[in-house]
Design a binder for this molecule. Structure first.
Ligand code: DC
Length: 223
């Protein structure tokens, strides 16, 4: 039987880099669930669809496929904003559940593990996941990481704007009524504030390979 690894956390916490590294190490298929919300936002911009046009958004959701998730143009500040807005809509979240839940069966092949990364994977999408990791970092550190990343393609970007954008997205993701970002009861909290990527990955490997932790129990465990 395969094992599901749920990795959740806020923007720029390091969860995507960690999930990628883990996927490589385990030869495990991986779903970055944020790309679902981003792909919807991309199509909305392309087709000039407003957030109030729920039927048209549902049509976009029904037409989502792997190619649309692999689009290289899903990462910019407009898509950050629109994807965070539509992620607060219950009909959007409900319609995306099926896509996420069939991902392991469709993609497993011979691997023992499958990784799903996002905001509500351990709480809502796979509440029975075998491993649940909640990746966290202080907001100023996350903003610095994001700023460094953005500077590579936009030399004029301002730290204050990046910081303000992350605060806005955190507010939306943490405070929305449906499936807000929060650690699952039985997750392990991995705080990467003072860790670089290698140190964070070592901590993650310890949780997955040497952890004697029972993920079915209800407490949050901190590493
Ligand atoms: O992880 P990301 O930055 O690519 O996610 C883009 C947006 O999608 C983010 O603002 C929150 C939302 N999201 C979500 O609500 N639930 C998920 N499981 C994944 C992403």
């Amino acid at each position: 039987m395969h094992k599901i690894i749920a990795i959740d956390g806020p923007a720029s916490s390091g969860k995507t880099s960690l999930a990628k590294k883990l996927s490589k190490k385990l030869h495990a298929p991986i779903l970055f669930s944020g790309k679902l919300y981003r792909a919807i936002a991309f199509e909305m911009i392309k087709k000039n669809i407003k957030i109030s046009q729920s039927k048209k958004i549902l049509k976009i959701i029904n037409e989502l496929n792997e190619d649309k998730l692999n689009n290289k143009n899903l990462f910019n500040s407009e898509i950050d904003r629109i994807s965070s807005n539509i992620a607060a809509k219950p009909f959007v979240r409900n319609s995306l559940l099926k896509f996420q839940r069939i991902f392991p069966k469709k993609n497993l092949k011979n691997s023992k593990y499958v990784i799903i990364e996002g905001r509500d994977i351990g709480t809502i999408v796979f509440p029975d996941a075998d491993f649940k990791i909640f990746v966290w970092a202080d907001i100023s550190i996350r903003a610095q990481r994001r700023y460094k990343q953005i500077l590579k393609s936009d030399k004029k970007s301002s730290f204050n704007k990046v910081f303000a954008d992350i605060v806005k997205r955190d507010n939306k993701d943490l405070n929305r009524k449906v499936a807000p970002l929060k650690p699952a009861e039985n997750s392990v909290l991995l705080d990467t504030t003072y860790l670089d990527i290698e140190q964070s990955f070592n901590a993650l490997k310890k949780i997955i390979f040497y952890g004697s932790r029972d993920f079915k129990s209800k407490s949050i465990f901190r590493v």
